[in-house]
Structure formats: C-alpha cells, structure tokens
Design a protein around this ligand. Structure first.
Ligand code: FES
Ligand SMILES: [Fe+2]
Length: 422
C-alpha cells in the first residue's frame, strides 16, 4: 500500500503532474479497487429500470457484480450477486422480475431481501445444522437515490450521498429535474470494452474541453456544430472530484444541437424548466460532465455512462439513453437516435475518444515511458468563484477539473479512512 508521501509523488494536483504509473500498474489498480471503488458512492442503476415491486437489475461496483432489487414493499436494496456457498452468480439475467433467486450450481435460494430461504438437502445432507440466518447475500452497505439515480457504497463511513455530490447536485438537476416526473432510461444498456485505463475515460468527460476541436474535427464538420459559445464556457469543479464542462449563458435556440426535434422540445418547454430550476440554470449547456469516480453524462446525446474497471488496462463501458419522462414518444425517439449516432463503438465521437484512450494506455506501459509524468497544467491557477454558478470555475479549456479529479483520487488512495480523507 502506498502512503500519503508516496501518493504525493505520483499525483501533484497543485502543479498538474501525474505519474503514468497510476494508469498501468497492477498493484496500484488493486489498491484502487479497495480504496476508491469500495469506498465511493457508485452509480448502479436508474429507478426507471426497476419500477415495480420485485423488479431487479444487474450492475457492477468496481469488479464486484451486484443485484439492485426493489423489494415487495418498494424499498430499493442491493446485494453482491454471488452465492455464499461457492460463489456462483446468483442471478444471470441482466434484468427482470423475481420473488427469489435460485443459484444454478447447488440450488441455494435467496429471497428478494437477500435472506437465504432455501437449501436443497437441508435435512438430509446438512442435518439442519446450517445457520441460514448467517448465509444471506452480502448487502451493499449503503444504498441511496438522487432524483432517480441509484447509488451504492460498500463503506459505512462514506459521507451521505447528498454531501458526496456537493455542488454537483445543482448541475445534475439541470438534467434530471427539468420537468415534472424526472427522467427515465429507454432502449436498454449498451456495453462494450476498451483497452484503456478507466480514469482516462472518466477524466475526459469530467474536464477535457481541450481535445474536442482536434479529436472530433470530423464530427464538427459533419454535424456543422456551432463552436462560437465555447469562449464563454467554464470548467466547473463541483464537489469531491466531480466536474462539468458548461457553456453559459446560452440562448434558448442553442440549448440543444444535433436534433431539430430535441431543439424544438427544449424551446417549447423552457418556461416550465426555468420555473423549476431558475432562468440562470437553464442558460447552461453542457459539453460533458462526470461524477467521481466513474460515472459520466452528456446532455446533448443524452446519456449516462459508467466506466467499470477490468484491470489497469481494460475498461467495460456501460451506457444508457435517458430522457425526460414527460417528453413525447417522438422526442424520446429523436434523443435515442441522437445518442446512438454519437455513443458506443459505432458512435461518431465515441470512436475517436476510444482510439485515444487505448493508445494513451498502451504507450504508457513500457518501463521508460511509465516513468515520465503526464501534464495537467493547462490554465493552472485561473480558477475563481462565480456569482451565479456554484463550485470552482475556470476557463472552459483548462485542466482544472482533472486536477480536482486526481486530487480526490490521491486523497482516497492515501487516506486509511474517510475521516482522514476529509
Ligand atoms: S454455489 Fe450456489 S448453491 Fe453452491
Ligand atoms: Fe471526446
């Protein structure tokens, strides 16, 4: 385990120097699973995926498979999706509705509250000596929701979710709470694997405005995207490692680019949105944003993504299209198509990004290369407070948010407990 001093030599959030080793090293990766993933609030599912009693959906927290279940009384619980007998996956379906889960190896059965309720041969083979109370599914220590998003953490000491989100809640509301009824997920879960460290994907959404005109030059040309607002935008650090890239103030007709249907929808419903969130907040247009450690969002596609770690040099990406529940079927379909065109292995911008993350990872694992730091010094020291926008604000093209992200990462990696981290 690296201590605080050693961690400071890997990540210097003040100068923007970050060691490449944190993107390729196996020992650091294992420490990360324990100290970052098992101690942070992680996004696991959207409430609209489990609307009814005993609905469930499969998810991951780090490398741990979990089941998110709405129990018979409507409460949302989450458990490790692994049988207590020999570790078999208790539920092999992505989602569904089930009163109980029977393991396909030897047949232990768990209720939707996680309790072990059935053991084949309980009398004949176990002689009634197995204490079934002790062998229920392992629960996720804390589960909480924020406006439809379900999060879990394995650490009892992790600060409450609302506190963990901090100023990010203000920006999340701009997606999640624009209209009565909130949001819902449509079109299933998109999954794919990239040969890259998960942090490269996460930091890209949290803070990288710099790459857009270069990496996505072809997208800008093909879609005739108007870049004129970028000069007025901000990188905003909001809460523990979270960040958002926003243009502000943006005229209503510029709130949504890429789909005329979606653009019309925003303009028509702006009065309701402004009444709910305030006129200032509805002048925000996001490039991208992300929640520490591994969730990202884009409102122009619109999508939520999670970067599941699968080793230091491999990441499994899960993505969902989310829309306002109150939108018409026509608008929802336009948004879904907009997401498909941009996101995923075939998405016009995603392809560009993945190529970068894969090669940044591959070219950093050599012995010599791994000992030369990355540079995160863009627009260092240009941050300031803003009268209307909460958080710490810097120019749109800066690495302010990435410095915040890696600063938080290093704190968690060095701190033995949340009280030390805080
Ligand atoms: S592994 Fe599940 S019953 Fe044996
Ligand atoms: Fe990108």
């Amino acid at each position: 385990m690296l201590d605080k001093l050693e961690m400071n030599s890997l990540v210097n959030a003040e100068t923007g120097k970050v060691s490449r080793r944190i993107f390729v090293d196996q020992a650091l990766y294992e420490q990360e699973l324990e100290q970052v993933f098992a101690r942070s609030w992680l996004y696991v599912a959207h409430e609209s995926q489990i609307p009814n009693p005993v609905d469930f959906v499969s998810a991951y927290m780090g490398e741990d498979p979990v089941l998110v279940i709405r129990d018979s009384r409507g409460k949302i619980n989450a458990f490790l999706n692994t049988c207590r007998h020999r570790g078999m996956r208790v539920c092999r379906a992505d989602e569904g509705n089930a009163a109980a889960f029977t393991c396909t190896y030897h047949g232990w059965t768990y209720g939707n509250d996680g309790k072990l309720v059935g053991v084949p041969g309980y009398k004949e083979y176990y002689y009634e000596e197995l204490d079934m109370e002790q062998w229920g599914l392992v629960p996720v220590t804390q589960v909480d929701t924020y406006k439809g998003l379900i999060f879990g953490t394995f650490d009892a000491e992790t600060p409450p979710l609302r506190e963990f989100l901090g100023d990010m809640a203000y920006y999340l509301d701009r997606f999640l709470d624009k209209r009565e009824g909130g949001t819902e997920i449509i079109g299933g879960t998109h999954k794919w694997v990239v040969q890259a460290n998960w942090k490269l994907a996460a930091e890209n959404f949290i803070g990288d405005s710099y790459h857009f005109p270069v990496t996505h030059a072809s997208t800008i040309r093909v879609r005739s995207l108007d870049q004129s607002y970028r000069g007025r935008g901000f990188s905003i650090r909001a809460g523990f490692g979270h960040g958002v890239l926003a243009d502000w103030p943006v005229e209503p007709h510029m709130l949504f680019q890429g789909s005329e249907t979606a653009q019309r929808y925003m303009i028509e419903n702006l009065p309701e949105m402004a009444e709910r969130l305030g006129a200032d907040r509805m002048k925000l247009r996001y490039g991208a944003g992300g929640l520490f450690p591994n969730m990202a969002f884009l409102d122009i596609r619109p999508q939520i993504m999670v970067f599941h770690p699968r080793g230091p040099q491999k990441t499994e990406v899960w993505a969902w299209c989310f829309v306002d529940k109150a939108a018409s079927p026509e608008v929802k379909e336009a948004l879904r198509l907009n997401m498909l065109r941009g996101a995923g292995p075939g998405g016009i911008t995603e392809q560009d990004d993945m190529e970068n993350w894969n090669m940044c990872t591959a070219s950093s694992r050599g012995f010599v290369a791994s000992h030369h730091d990355f540079n995160y010094a863009l627009a260092l020291g240009r941050e300031h407070d803003h009268e209307q926008l909460p958080g710490s604000v810097a120019p749109r093209v800066s690495e302010h948010n990435q410095r915040g992200f890696y600063g938080s990462w290093a704190k968690l990696m060095a701190g033995k407990s949340w009280s030390q981290v805080r």
